[in-house]
Write a protein that binds this ligand. Structure first.
Ligand SMILES: [Zn+2]
Length: 121
């Protein structure tokens, strides 16, 4: 992959990381506020913990993407960006455009989702 393209992906990854880090921070703040605002009404309490659970799940997904973004940035440094971690083939350009932090080519991702790929997460 040429340098210019690679730099473009790097910029996008860094920008995406900044956005996600902002989101993670905000959700954690919101979770704390929800705690303070909690009333003694059991119905309110239930919906409050549901909201917190939802926020927690959201931040967990964000954290997973953050890890994948960091890994992708490392792969750029190591000159391995855009290469499927499983089969070593190039990941399609369209796929990288959409999700520059993906680890696998579409074929391996498909197998992974079906549980057919034997790899450690
Ligand atoms: Zn692959």
């Amino acid at each position: 992959m040429d340098k210019k393209k690679l730099n473009g992906y790097r910029d996008r990854l860094i920008a995406e990381r900044d956005v996600l880090m902002g989101v993670v921070g905000r959700n954690e703040d919101y979770g704390r506020e929800a705690d303070i605002d909690a009333t003694q009404d059991p119905a309110d309490k239930a919906s409050n913990s549901y909201t917190k659970e939802l926020l927690f799940t959201q931040s967990t997904n964000d954290r997973i993407i953050l890890i994948q973004i960091d890994e992708a940035l490392e792969r750029i440094e190591d000159d391995e960006f855009g290469i499927c971690l499983n089969c070593g083939n190039e990941i399609g350009a369209k796929r990288l455009e959409a999700l520059p932090w993906v680890r696998y080519c579409i074929t391996c991702q498909d197998m992974h989702e079906k549980g057919l790929l034997n790899i450690e997460e």
